[in-house]
Write a new protein. Structure first.
Length: 212
């Protein structure tokens, strides 16, 4: 029986990945690196930001300044405030779920709070927002999901993970949690997900079935 739903945030609840890639594209041009927003989004979906920077540094033979991450995060925050939106039907889905919910993400916790606040979704989670930065374990490792389950007072197998990326799905499976792939563009049909949805409006029906 499912007793808790654990959501990823970026790319699952809110349409933030393109905005983050826009910010990264802008910052990279300062180093003479010209990467398309689409390419960066596709390459980095769900990944740990430090790993992304290490890959880019090696590929382009550059050394990023110590303040790069801080400036990047500030630019992302600006984009969020100006443009960030929830995915279609997300608020309808959240309001239709009658079991505890939380968010577990690779993003910094202050970024989670901002994303959910500007999109009006924060009220659904009662402060239950968990970041990989708090536990020093980033997806595809299962640590942040297991931490979330512990904080919510449920067993791993009683949680349903909702994810949008290979990194997240693999983390959910590594945690021993049934995992839903949110894949509106049908990108990842071969991943080891347990369930797949193309619209968040499908989620309350699935959760109801699994909670009986």
């Amino acid at each position: 029986m499912i007793k808790c739903v654990i959501f990823d945030c970026d790319g699952t609840l809110v349409d933030s990945e393109t905005l983050s890639s826009e910010a990264l594209t802008t910052k990279l041009t300062e180093y003479g690196i010209f990467e398309s927003c689409v390419k960066l989004t596709d390459q980095n979906r769900g990944a740990k930001f430090v790993d992304i920077l290490q890959r880019l540094a090696l590929e382009h033979n550059v050394v990023f300044r110590d303040d790069f991450v801080q400036e990047f995060r500030a630019l992302v925050a600006e984009h969020y405030v100006q443009k960030l939106q929830a995915f279609p039907s997300v608020e309808l889905a959240l309001s239709g779920l009658n079991i505890p919910m939380c968010v577990a993400s690779n993003a910094p916790v202050n970024q989670l709070h901002l994303a959910l606040e500007v999109t009006g979704l924060k009220k659904y989670f009662n402060g239950n927002l968990y970041s990989a930065y708090e536990v020093k374990s980033w997806k595809p490792e299962p640590g942040v999901f297991l931490h979330a389950a512990s904080q919510m007072g449920v067993q791993a197998e009683e949680c349903l993970v909702v994810e949008d990326s290979p990194v997240g799905v693999n983390a959910g499976k590594a945690a021993g949690m049934p995992t839903v792939l949110y894949d509106p563009k049908d990108r990842y049909g071969s991943l080891p997900f347990d369930f797949k949805i193309s619209c968040m409006s499908e989620l309350p029906v699935l959760v109801h079935e699994l909670s009986r």
